[in-house]
Write a protein that binds this ligand. Structure first.
Ligand code: MRU
Length: 364
């Protein structure tokens, strides 16, 4: 998508064909900085310290991490060791393991001297595929927005609530939840986005708002607790969120707070959709609540907030007593029965195994 009229992806290969470029997301929206990844270790740090984040981008960065690793050592042992090191950078988004498995399964049967080029080729392929998946999710999401628009007065605004950042910064391009929004905007449907701030790291406030502002999409930043109230007052027509891991039964694990939005949506008859690229489906998991590992992050993200002071300095400030500890589960699971539909690249389906398998019969 565009940053000051120039098109960017969230990750790309430099002209030297080896250096991987990313946007340092921790600095947004106050500073736009591009960072080079030149080693496997750089890729590990970028994922673990959240310079990059969002399930599809975590997968894409891991694929490039394997390519960077092959520039260091192409042995079988190093392929395995790199898989292990990258796989432990973040626990919840399944796209990480999906991308690593895919790269490893291509590399191991090859001769070591073929692995470097093959790994880069595959990382590029994974990125291009992600862009195309998200474009299609946008088209399929647009059909839902059109249906809702058809039930409203001509020209009436559709209010969409979203949580966290399932935008282009969380993917390689387009975003998942936001792709439908951009497609609706392009189609001339008047939309307005309620952006949940998404404490504690404020991905909504810092990233989704920045993306929406950059593309002229009307939006309003709200506190995480406002969604239920807005739904009660008819001010939300639909919710679209992303996902870090969706089970074979349609339970959706996403940023902490998603579950509460789904409960509020159900209570208020507001359609609740999940934008779901197929690499985010974990076909090996059935019970999302029992089986998905939930990342526990430092309490400091809760006791402190990061922002810009009046003098322009960007800093972190403490908001709680010195002795109060912060608890910080980073994701939650929304059970399938709270979900109206899954918007995938192959179409929209109900959140259940039968419907998912109709779209993805190869996983039967
Ligand atoms: O902790 P983050 O910022 O990596 O969490 C991101 C999310 O929860 C997104 O909603 C999810 O990855 C979907 S991205 C298309």
């Amino acid at each position: 998508m565009k940053v000051q009229d120039k098109h960017y992806r969230s990750i790309w290969l430099d002209d030297d064909g080896r250096t991987v470029k990313i946007i340092e997301q921790r600095l947004l929206p106050h500073e736009f900085k591009i960072v080079d990844l030149t080693s496997r270790k750089d890729a590990e740090i970028a994922i673990a310290d959240m310079l990059v984040r969002g399930a599809p981008l975590i997968g894409a960065t891991a694929a490039y991490g394997m390519a960077l690793a092959m520039a260091e050592d192409t042995s079988d042992a190093y392929v395995e060791q790199s898989w292990q090191a990258l796989n432990k950078t973040r626990p919840t988004a399944i796209n990480l393991r999906w991308a690593l498995d895919r790269v490893k399964s291509v590399l191991l049967p090859l001769a070591p001297n073929e692995r470097l080029e093959a790994a880069y080729k595959l990382a590029i392929e994974i990125c291009d595929e992600d862009v195309e998946i998200n474009r299609k999710i946008g088209e399929n999401g647009l059909a839902i927005i059109r249906e809702i628009a058809a039930k409203k007065k001509p020209g009436e605004t559709i209010n969409i609530l979203t949580h966290c950042n399932a935008g282009w910064l969380a993917t390689v391009d387009w975003g998942t939840a936001t792709s439908a929004m951009y497609h609706a905007q392009e189609a001339g449907i008047p939309i307005h986005i309620w952006v949940d701030e998404t404490r504690p790291r404020n991905q909504g406030a810092q990233l989704t708002s920045w993306e929406m502002a950059g593309h002229g999409v009307p939006h309003t930043l709200i506190v995480d607790n406002a969604g239920g109230h807005l739904m009660q007052h008819g001010q939300v027509d639909l919710v679209i969120v992303g996902t870090d891991r969706t089970t074979a039964q349609g339970d959706v694990c996403n940023k902490i707070g998603t579950y509460l939005k789904a409960l509020a949506a159900k209570a208020n008859n507001v359609p609740f959709y999940v934008a779901l690229p197929s690499p985010t489906i974990d076909w090996t998991v059935n019970d999302g609540i029992k089986e998905i590992p939930i990342e526990e992050r430092t309490g400091k993200e809760v006791t402190h907030v990061y922002g810009k002071l009046a003098d322009g300095t960007v800093t972190s400030v403490q908001i709680s007593p010195d002795s109060t500890p912060g608890g910080n589960p980073a994701f939650d699971v929304t059970p399938a029965n709270l979900i109206t539909g899954l918007i995938t690249e192959r179409g929209v389906c109900a959140a259940n195994n039968e419907a998912m398998l109709k779209l993805f019969p190869e996983h039967a």
